[in-house]
Design a protein around this ligand. Structure first.
Ligand code: FES
Length: 99
């Protein structure tokens, strides 16, 4: 069963954002992480020293594993940031800064 049906949700119309240049669909009220997961994307950050993949871990804003760059701003917690139409979301490597 669709998760929207399970929750009895009736979101507004879908809109488009981009992830690493790829267009994905998102729904009003979703976080960045929810939109990425719904698109089948489960990793969007790599660790500083070893470049290991990261995505959602706690899902509640505590662990900082889900850091992502949104509209040029690095270190946004994907599990907390609401997604907006036209957002440009990019994989974050390391700190997200040129270092
Ligand atoms: S998943 Fe832990 S802070 Fe986002």
């Amino acid at each position: 069963m669709n998760p929207l049906d399970l929750a009895g949700a009736r979101p507004g119309p879908a809109f488009t954002v981009t992830f690493d240049g790829r267009q994905i669909e998102a729904l009003p009220g979703q976080t960045v992480a929810a939109a990425l997961w719904a698109a089948g994307i489960t990793s969007w950050r790599t660790t500083r020293r070893t470049g290991r993949p990261r995505g959602i871990f706690c899902g509640i804003g505590v662990c900082f594993d889900c850091l992502v760059t949104v509209n040029g701003r690095p270190n946004q917690r994907a599990c907390l940031v609401p997604v907006h139409s036209g957002d440009v979301i990019r994989t974050q490597e390391g700190t997200g800064h040129e270092d």
